[in-house]
Design a protein around this ligand. Structure first.
Ligand code: HEM
Length: 418
């Protein structure tokens, strides 16, 4: 079973897996983009805060001396947020240790990767259908598809969405086959429903994890964020009980926190392998090289973000490189650069027509959860992480840039007032 199985067992493409930008891709992209407009995101902002608050409660329930592994915790947070924001369904992955969707997603994602890397796994499963591997796979893929079916049934059960509802689920329910004008049936809709869960969860969770890692490891950076939150009078409002008075614009106005987030996304891009494209014409030029038709080309985001000819000391965590002034100076240098096409841009969400449709939601989630966490706790890297270098040496590429052994942070509740 390859990665395509993760999107449901029907064998149909989705917005994410479509190889061609054909009429189906175009109609799905157009039909769902409204769910990510500023207006739509503002309406969903309280749901993100609600989940950030639940996270605070879970951390409060753990002793301050005990380190917490933020890798699975953030996956639970982003899965819940994807469900609430996109489908108005609370998967309760944060509240319930046992959450069938969370368990199936974690197992099937890692199994899909292992099978792509080692095709022998597929052979073993076919040869030994009653063996442990085949049985476990059948069970957890079955669980995953049951969950997708349940979500789809729940969405269908709501009937036709109101005309002014621009939630993702409402946009999906309105999708039609561009050739026939017939609404999508369950087989075509299931991969789209799955896509928005899969694309939103691991990516955002691991990005939040690496940003919190940098913040916990660099006390000066943490102090500056604290000062920013206090300086704009948001400290108390971000603490428990006050979050309902916060707005989307409050969060997006946190400039320093935004710079820290972008710098974490540069140094630890969760989609570090980047973008895969296939050339459609013979002799197409990619970075000056002639490439034959039907050749796969990868734009590796990690390499672009760490190229020493594009970034000054790329190995340094330096949020200031994203300040407005630094960005302006950089673009002047880029304009003079003789290396055509090499600009110091923010590529985390890719670029062009296939860029990330959920990027503004992802930034809203990242800024919100970090602001809420930092107003409530002071973070420190647990000793067992082995410091900055120890953690970096255990990075590996799973569905997103992950860390072997977990991201263990020490969280100390703040008692100070603004
Ligand atoms: C920090 C979090 C995220 C990162 C780093 C990220 C990154 C990316 C990247 C690099 C691509 C382009 C892939 C390619 O070119 O092949 C992409 C595509 C996509 N992303 Fe995200 N993403 C994030 C969060 C989200 C969220 C929250 C959603 C939805 C709720 C989402 C939905 C999608 C979809 C549907 C596509 C495919 C778009 C298309 O092909 O038209 N992503 N993402």
């Amino acid at each position: 079973m390859g990665c395509s199985q993760l999107f449901g067992g029907h064998g149909h493409d989705s917005l994410f897996t479509a190889r061609e930008m054909d009429s189906r891709w175009k109609s799905t992209r157009k039909g769902t983009s409204r769910a990510f407009s500023t207006e739509a995101l503002k309406a969903k902002f309280p749901l993100v805060l609600k989940k950030a608050n639940e996270l605070v409660e879970i951390i409060r329930g753990t002793s301050a001396d005990e380190a917490i592994d933020f890798q699975p915790l953030f996956v639970r947070f982003t899965l819940d947020t994807a469900g609430l924001v996109g489908y108005n369904i609370d998967f309760k992955a944060l509240q319930n240790k046992h959450c069938p969707l969370f368990e199936a997603l974690v197992y099937c994602s890692s199994e899909a990767l292992a099978s792509s890397a080692n095709p022998c796994r597929g052979v073993v499963k076919r040869l030994f259908p009653s063996g442990k591997l085949a049985q476990e796979c059948d069970k957890l893929y079955g669980q995953l598809y049951n969950e997708y079916d349940w979500i789809l049934k729940e969405l269908r059960g709501r009937g036709e969405p109101a005309a002014d509802d621009h939630s993702l689920w409402a946009c999906l329910m309105r999708l039609k086959d561009p050739e026939t004008g017939v609404p999508l049936d369950d087989e075509l809709l299931c991969p789209e429903v799955a896509t928005f869960i899969l694309a939103a969860t691991d990516t955002t969770a691991h990005q939040a994890m690496w940003a919190m890692f940098a913040i916990a490891a660099l006390p000066d950076v943490q102090r500056k964020i604290e000062a920013e939150i206090k300086g704009c009078g948001m400290f108390q409002r971000l603490r428990k009980g006050g979050v309902d008075r916060l707005t989307y614009s409050d969060i997006t106005s946190l400039n320093y926190l935004t710079m820290v987030t972008k710098e974490a996304m540069r140094l630890f891009p969760s989609t570090s392998l980047g973008t895969l494209r296939c050339t459609t014409k013979d002799g197409e030029r990619v970075c000056g090289y002639r490439v034959p038709k039907n050749t796969y080309v990868i734009a590796c985001i990690h390499a672009l973000f760490n190229a020493p000819w594009l970034w000054e000391h790329p190995e340094h965590f330096n949020p200031e490189r994203w300040s407005n002034q630094a960005r302006q100076e950089a673009s002047e240098v880029d304009a003079r650069s003789e290396r055509k096409g090499a600009t110091r841009s923010f590529w985390s969400f890719s670029d062009g027509p296939r860029d990330c449709i959920g990027q503004r939601l992802a930034m809203m989630e990242l800024l919100s959860v970090m602001a809420v966490l930092l107003a409530n706790f002071e973070f420190r890297l647990a000793d067992k992480m082995g410091g900055w270098d120890g953690a970096c040496s255990r990075q590996y590429n799973a569905m997103a840039l992950a860390i072997d052994g977990g991201m263990w942070l020490q969280c100390h509740p703040r008692t100070d007032a603004a």
